[in-house]
Design a protein around this ligand. Structure first.
Ligand SMILES: O=C1C[C@@](O)(C(=O)O)C[C@@H](O)[C@@H]1O
Length: 257
């Protein structure tokens, strides 16, 4: 499988990386949480900018990114503005979101920008522009209502990978056990067909929890944990998640003995 390194962390290979989200509302909360996640040795940190009370104030965002910079010096850092339509708290226009992405890219503090692929009129242009500015792009799609048919999930993942994004991410809501298995199977199918792009998937909610620990089996290279406050349904407590991944990792999946 293809992989790449950011700040000495490898994406796209081996045991799934644990990403912990910062969901603070105020500036002190955001800084305190970031510091705590670094102390918890988060492998990747995501700032959920939509949770921040001043997510429409470009200067406040710039200042806060600057203040976060020394904290996340050694930790890969994802900048995510999750819109209400995609299960977040954000309500900005597409143009404003694009401005926000550019502020993140210009800051030189952010390693990845999350782009809500199917929310944008011209996602490929947005992705290329951000990459030209020096950040990697994680193309994402969330379905909080259902798990689409297998061929639709393949199509969603393929469309995102065709855009030239650096990582693709798909989160869906299961209604049945079969839905969870379908998401896992389609992830594995996609990884077999497109080994050159790291993929992150999850089946959300309690029913889908198994998909958040089975990345080594399915090929999903990162999993989002709950560091105290969850940013999506079904996230597993961060310290338990690390232990479960360790247990699953120590049993070599390629061994049949
Ligand atoms: O896209 C994702 C995945 C996620 O929704 C989850 O289900 O764990 C959590 C979000 O914070 C993140 O941006």
């Amino acid at each position: 499988m293809h992989y790449f390194e950011i700040k000495e962390t490898t994406f796209g290979e081996g045991k799934p990386l644990i990403c912990l989200p910062v969901t603070g509302r105020t500036e002190p909360d955001v800084l305190r949480e970031t510091q705590r996640l670094v102390q918890m040795q988060a492998q990747v940190i995501e700032w959920r900018v939509d949770a921040y009370e001043k997510s429409d104030d470009w200067n406040a965002i710039r200042q806060l990114l600057k203040a976060m910079a020394p904290l996340i010096e050694k930790t890969p850092f994802i900048f995510t503005f999750r819109s209400k339509e995609q299960g977040g708290m954000g309500s900005l226009t597409e143009e404003q979101i694009s401005d926000l992405h550019q502020i993140a890219a210009e800051s030189h503090v952010v390693d990845f920008v999350d782009v809500e692929f199917f929310q944008m009129k011209n996602p490929n242009k947005e992705i290329k522009m951000l990459q030209d500015m020096g950040v990697r792009v994680l193309a994402s799609h969330h379905d909080f209502n259902e798990t689409p048919q297998p061929e639709i999930m393949q199509m969603l993942l393929q469309r995102m990978q065709e855009s030239g994004a650096d990582i693709v991410k798909l989160a869906v809501m299961p209604q049945t056990q079969e839905d969870v298995l379908a998401l896992m199977l389609e992830t594995n199918r996609f990884v077999q067909n497109y080994p050159k792009i790291p993929v992150v998937t999850m089946s959300m909610g309690t029913l889908g929890k198994v998909s958040r620990v089975s990345g080594e089996l399915t090929g999903s290279c990162m999993t989002f944990g709950n560091p105290g406050v969850s940013s999506a349904p079904g996230q597993i407590e961060a310290c338990k998640l690390a232990k479960i991944l360790d247990v699953l990792h120590s049993s070599d999946l390629t061994e049949h003995a």
